[in-house]
Every structure is written in C-alpha cells, then in structure tokens.
Ligand binder design. Structure first.
Ligand code: CO
Length: 429
C-alpha cells in the first residue's frame, strides 16, 4: 500500500497545483517541457521528424501532446483524452456587491453542474487567467491568489427548521461568497486589486478575466488502511494525471502517442478548445502533414488508430447501493472501469471493450464494468464527441469514484496506479 499511496499523493499534489483548467494545462506543460517536449504554436508552420515530441495548446486551457516513434512511418495514433475543467463558480464582471453597507460579497455564476450544497461553509480561493494590455498587444497570464479568501455561509438551522428535509438552492441568491467586511474593505474593484497584486501587474492593465472559485483545501488519503482519497477535482484531473504519467513514461513503438486534455467538458464541450471543436482533428492532421503524410495515407493512419476516452466513473455507493446497475457494479480500488451505454454516449463497443480488457490483462491490472440503471440517464463525456470529429475506434473508461461533482470527491488509492499502468501498456503497443 505504501507504493500506491506515494503515487496517489503525487497525484493529489498535481491536483492541488491545478486550481483551474488553465493551471492544469500549465502543469502538464511543465512536465512535458521537463522531458524535452517542444511547444508548437497553431499560428506557425510545423516541421517534424521521426522521434520528435511536442505539444500544442489552445486557449491556455486545452493541450494536445504527441510523440512520434523513431524509424519507419507510423501506423496510426494511440490516443488518451481527459478533461481539464471541473464544476465551479465563475466570477462575473464587476463582481463586488455591498450588503447593507456592511459586507462585500461576490457576484458569480455556475460553471457546470455541481452539487451546490457541498460548496457551503468551506474555505474558498480564486484562480484563473487575466488578459492584459502590454506593449500594444493583449497577453494572458495565469493567476492564483492561493489564500483562504471566501466562504459561502449556510443559513442557520434555526432560521430554516426544514433544512434537513432538502433545500432548493438558488445560485443567484444562496451561493454568493462572502469576501470582505464592508467597513474595512475598499469595496468596488477590491477583487481585481487582489488579483493584480497576486499576478504582480498593474490593476489598470487588466482588461479581461476568466476567474473561478476553488476549494482551498488539500486532498488527503483516508480510510482504515489509507485506501481512499478525498480531494477536489478528481473528476477529471485524476484521469489527466494518469494519462500524462503514462504518456511520459512510454516509448512509442509503431504509433504516434497522443495525450489530449480538453477544456469545457463540464459545459458540453462546444467551445473552440473543447472536444466538440476542430482541435483534435487539426492537431492530428497537422502532425501527419509535418511528417509528410497526407491525403489517403493520413486516412489510412486514422483507420488504424484507437482512442481511450478517460473520465471518472461512478462506484457503488455504500449508503445507496440500489442506485447502481444490478449487474455492473464498480467498486473503489477495483481497477479501471469500462463504461457502456446502449445509445453510445459511451463509445465502448464489443471490439473496443475487448481491446481495453486485453490491455488491462497485459498490464496486470483489474478491470470492472459500468452501465447506468436503465431508469437513470447518466452524464456524457468526451469520447462520442471527439469521435464525431475524428472517427476512430474508441472506448470509454474512468477510475471509480464517489460523490461526482461534489466540491470534494472520494476515490480509491490503488486505482491511480492501475490506470497509469494500463494506459502505459496501451502507449507501448
Ligand atoms: Co468528468
């Protein structure tokens, strides 16, 4: 268990350093740079050789890394995709609101579908990116205040005796974070002042921001034998981390290895940098073109390619085992979850499931299966959206977890290592 815990703690550290989608992508970028990967810009001309390794970023929040094998022309792409974003609250423009000349709270809105109540009474901070005017150009910069800064306070039970019978939360009323004591605070513009200070820039240079709240708390290992993990953003930074680790430790043989991290899965992927954009097809076709592979030869490569869409899965809940499908029952620490869906919201089919099982068997990693109960409609994910643009054989997997889209989620310590081993085995095929 010691080794598994070490691996899990490294992942928790990665998550802690990734308070926003922008920071997640920046942390992946740093790991790639440390291993000699070179950044290619979409606006530039690309030239590549066998053995080259690089990455491309769109909107600071989605990243596609690739590694070309040495030797003869590659047969296709071996791809793993995960998402950089998690449900949170986005700070609106002009966010400060004064309450009765006494408190300053922030005006925010929901990003994605979170369990609202779980964000109450926790230390929160703010991170994201700002856009600045610099030497006549607009440039973006990451910012993380990294302090206990806000709280969204509950209403006392004495003021709502029915609280434990279930509460409907209104995001415009119940979910606005308390920021300052109005008597002391400078009021309007106070948040941007803090942001400017944290980013070490002039407040007047900040012309735009994408700022998100985050739970300012560390992830931790718990359970009688330290077998569980409790952390914010496990969906889907757990899969981002596993995909990145597997990608970095693997030598490609006959296929171009690809690690794709997409933003905006939690809001439907329909943005210029989401899975439902041209980003993946643009990156793949440009990598091929830069290697001198075009037209029919590129299509031949796609026909030989495989995509593993990695997004966390629901484990059987200890208090609500009846919510899980009667026969497909994943458990924490039970291994990689292969996800099935009759209407193909999960892309798994007989052939891709068989391939994933074979990969797990070769890696010596257990696997389990997930399907929604037939009377519960589940979520969607990256696979079927990506394959609508780049139509390759694909499987949907994830690591089992509890409390998906809670401010802090629970997962199994062993599953982190299992996923890394399985994905590394795929990348070395
Ligand atoms: Co997810």
């Amino acid at each position: 268990m010691k080794k598994e815990q070490k691996c899990a703690r490294e992942m928790l550290e990665f998550i802690e350093k990734s308070p926003s989608c922008f920071h997640a992508v920046d942390n992946v970028k740093k790991q790639l740079e440390a291993k000699g990967f070179k950044e290619l810009r979409e606006a530039d001309d690309w030239k590549l050789q066998p053995g080259d390794k690089g990455y491309v970023i769109r909107n600071d929040s989605s990243l596609i890394a690739f590694r070309v094998p040495d030797g003869q022309s590659p047969l296709g792409f071996h791809m793993v995709a995960a998402h950089s974003d998690s449900p949170t609250f986005k700070v609106k423009e002009a966010p400060e609101m004064v309450v009765e000349d006494h408190y300053i709270k922030l005006n925010t809105e929901k990003y994605g579908g979170m369990i609202l109540s779980t964000w109450l009474d926790r230390p929160l901070s703010v991170a994201g990116r700002i856009a600045l005017r610099k030497n006549g150009k607009i440039v973006s910069r990451l910012v993380n205040v990294d302090k206990d800064l806000f709280v969204i306070p509950n209403v006392a039970i004495h003021m709502n005796r029915d609280m434990n019978k279930g509460v409907e939360y209104n995001p415009q009323v119940d979910m606005l974070p308390l920021f300052a004591d109005g008597v002391e605070s400078q009021g309007k513009g106070a948040l941007l002042k803090k942001i400017a200070k944290a980013a070490d820039v002039k407040e007047s240079d900040i012309l735009g921001h994408d700022l998100f709240l985050y739970v300012h708390d560390k992830g931790r290992v718990l359970g009688e034998n330290g077998e569980f993990l409790l952390s914010p953003r496990l969906d889907d930074l757990q899969c981002v981390y596993a995909a990145m680790r597997a990608f970095l430790q693997s030598e490609p043989k006959e296929y171009i290895n690809v690690c794709a991290v997409f933003d905006n899965e939690e809001i439907g992927s329909g943005t210029k940098q989401g899975a439902d954009s041209t980003f993946l097809e643009d990156a793949l076709s440009r990598v091929a073109e830069a290697l001198g592979i075009e037209g029919g030869a590129y299509k031949q490569m796609l026909a030989e390619s495989f995509l593993i869409s990695a997004d966390n899965a629901h484990a059987v809940h200890p208090n609500h085992p009846e919510k899980a499908d009667p026969t497909n029952r994943p458990y924490l620490n039970g291994g990689v979850v292969i996800k099935y869906h009759g209407a193909q919201k999960y892309t798994t089919d007989a052939v891709s499931a068989a391939r994933m099982k074979a990969i797990c068997e070769d890696a010596g990693v257990p696997y389990q299966s997930y399907a929604n109960r037939a009377d519960i409609s589940g979520g969607s994910t990256l696979g079927n959206i990506s394959t609508a643009h780049v139509s390759v054989s694909s499987v949907d997997i994830g690591m089992p977890q509890l409390a998906m889209h809670s401010a802090v989620e629970t997962a199994g310590v062993r599953d982190v290592g299992y996923a890394i081993r399985a994905l590394a085995c795929f990348y070395e095929e």
